[in-house]
Write a protein that binds this ligand. Structure first.
Ligand code: HGA
Length: 611
């Protein structure tokens, strides 16, 4: 969501800012803009089109200046128009913002009485006017005006602010939205993600919640909102600038689908013993605390929530631990009852998902025994604020629709289950060895499944013109059906619903006719015969079935109504991971056929940093 880039340098900053914005495009946005300080005045260019159009505008219209800020916006307040796009300007001040100012309406009312008029419908312009009011009308130096205004904010923000009367300084701050400072030589930067700054630096300072930074070419100083100076460690990033190239692939999502064998190998690397998982690489690992877990609460959003649902099946069945899974945006607004020795697990690709992060903060006051996050971004807020962090090691995921982040989350949950099951002796040494061997075989098994891409592409040809689709699964494959449906709707815009197959007759069966494709995730497992009955119910009503089965299974027969897609047989514990892969490929190919923007589907953002 929203990308922020800022630079103060001894060279023109527009190329740095625009390159940074294009590196943040994957987060999803609806408009973009840039503002530099040029000869003592502000030069601002904005558009509702893509960053490459902004680049053309900057080339044609010119945007010189050694200090500047830029932004990709994902609208929360006010429709996506050039006027509502950031940077906003009030007087000599210009600002970009990620987040939501919840009390902007009250602020606006007071400011209107003070004579302020607003060009945009955004909350951001109101906050900027408030800073301007404190600075210009109340006479506070800009740093104090900035801090004072922020102390009065209810909501969340990452901000970068410049003043054409103070042309060598950027003021930045964060609360509830990510922001990182990049350190150069005689130049300094600010951005919402390190990826934006990798071409110019690898040295970063991560701002904490409620901190302000003042950047010049010579220094970076950090303060609390009360303006007490803070000192931070400098972190060296090991990501390289190439981590965001598509390589030989047409889309990031396609690349990321095919990276899964490697990503899964990385997730498991150094985390397997002979018959158990070795979790010592978990940040803050404390075996005693983990072992006394009696219950688990998992909280997440979207695809990560589906990973949590799979985790519940594993944790209850294999480790015998009572587990419940909740959507973060629901959990945070209800009163939860927490039993003794309950471990709180959050799952998020970016580690900045606003609702999930808010739940973690809430959970700390609710009496959980500890918090563990499963996350792909090692320097994210979720990782920094959790007691334990299990990094999924999927590598940068750019496509908005999550693929490798999901399967590596699943593997992380399986490793945690194995560890807890072995220590609680619900998994025997022999079973443990079998799971370890299955995990070792997983990258090759995933590669084999992915090699069926051409077949899935052909199948997508029969799907892409449909308007609705059902995905069915039972047991641990039910969340995989949910995830398959989510993937399809996210990127191909085909309306899809995932259902527990046993629920069919309680409602959705009314939708079945010959125009409705029904995808069934049907590996050989204990529930297969139950699933076969559900499939018969669909056939009897003329439904068109696409059944993902496995080699060696005699359960289904190809006929006029039924298409069988066989996956290589593999250890049952791997089924949720392996059966996810063709569903990702199906969604991808449907989206390509339908000509949608695969990596940046409409209205979606990669890192959902607003609630
Ligand atoms: N509230 C601001 C910024 C939105 C945002 O952070 N999106 O990710 C606006 O609507 O412009």
């Amino acid at each position: 969501m929203c990308g922020i880039v800022g630079a103060v340098a001894q060279r023109d900053v527009a190329p740095i800012l625009l390159e940074g914005l294009s590196r943040l495009e994957y987060r999803g946005y609806d408009s973009c803009g840039i503002c530099t300080i040029s000869n003592g005045s502000l030069r601002c260019i904005k558009t509702t089109q893509k960053v490459r159009v902004l680049m053309d505008m900057v080339r044609d219209e010119g945007c010189p200046g050694k200090t500047g800020i830029a932004h990709t916006r994902w609208a929360t307040h006010g429709v996506p128009t050039a006027t509502n796009a950031h940077p906003h300007i009030v007087g000599t001040l210009s600002m970009v913002h990620n987040g939501i100012i919840e009390n902007f309406a009250q602020m606006k009312e007071t400011l209107v009485k003070e004579g302020y008029a607003f060009k945009s419908q955004t909350d951001t312009e109101v906050l900027l006017a408030q800073i301007h009011f404190l600075h210009v009308k109340k006479g506070l130096p800009l740093k104090e005006a900035f801090a004072t205004a922020l102390r009065g904010v209810k909501g969340s923000y990452a901000l970068a602010l410049i003043d054409s009367e103070d042309p060598d300084t950027i003021y930045a701050a964060r609360y509830g939205s990510p922001l990182v400072i990049g350190l150069g030589i005689e130049e300094n930067f600010v951005a919402s993600d390190v990826l934006a700054l990798l071409p110019v630096t690898r040295r970063f300072i991560y701002l904490d919640e409620g901190e302000i930074a003042v950047l010049t070419t010579k220094s970076v100083r950090i303060y609390s909102l009360d303006l007490v100076e803070h000192h931070h460690e400098i972190c060296e990033s090991d990501l390289d600038a190439e981590s965001i190239s598509k390589g030989k692939y047409r889309h990031f999502m396609q690349k990321e689908i095919f990276e899964q064998p490697e990503a899964l190998k990385n997730t498991a690397m150094g985390r397997l013993g002979a018959d158990n998982a070795d979790l010592s690489s978990i940040t803050g690992f404390d075996p005693k605390l983990l072992e006394k877990t009696d219950c688990i609460k998992i909280v997440a959003c979207g695809t990560s929530y589906h990973a949590g649902l799979v985790g519940k099946y594993w944790l209850e069945e294999l480790a015998g631990i009572s587990t419940s899974v909740e959507i973060a945006s629901e959990y945070r607004y209800r009163r939860a009852v927490v039993k003794d020795n309950t471990l709180f697990i959050t799952i998020s690709q970016s580690g900045e998902t606003a609702d999930t992060l808010a739940c973690l903060r809430l959970a700390k006051k609710q009496g959980y025994s500890a918090s563990l996050c499963i996350c792909n971004a090692g320097s994210s807020s979720l990782v920094r604020e959790s007691d334990f962090a299990m990094l999924t090691r999927a590598g940068a995921e750019i496509g908005v629709a999550s693929t490798k982040a999901f399967t590596t989350q699943l593997l992380s949950l399986l490793l945690i289950t194995l560890y807890l099951g072995r220590t609680r002796k619900t998994i025997s040494a022999e079973e443990g060895r079998k799971i370890v061997n299955a995990i070792k075989a997983l990258p090759d098994a995933a590669r084999e499944v992915l090699s069926g891409d051409e077949k899935i592409k052909e199948l997508a040809g029969r799907f892409a013109d449909k308007h609705n689709c059902l995905f069915l699964g039972r047991g641990i494959m039910y969340p995989i059906a949910l995830e398959g449906a989510l993937k399809l709707k996210e990127i191909s815009y085909i309306h899809a619903e995932g259902y527990a197959a046993g629920e069919l007759k309680h409602g959705p069966i009314a939708l079945i006719d010959e125009t409705m494709p029904v995808v069934v995730v049907a590996p050989d497992n204990a529930l297969l015969s139950k699933l076969e009955s559900n499939i018969e119910e669909v056939r009897a009503r003329g439904g068109r079935l696409y059944v993902f089965s496995q080699e060696g299974s005699n359960a289904f027969k190809d006929d006029r109504q039924t298409n069988i897609i066989k996956l290589p047989a593999a250890d049952p514990v791997l089924q949720p991971i392996l059966f996810t892969l063709p569903l990702q490929q199906l969604a991808y190919h449907c989206a390509v056929i339908n000509g949608t923007d695969v990596d940046q589907p409409r209205n979606l953002a990669k890192s959902v940093t607003v609630e």
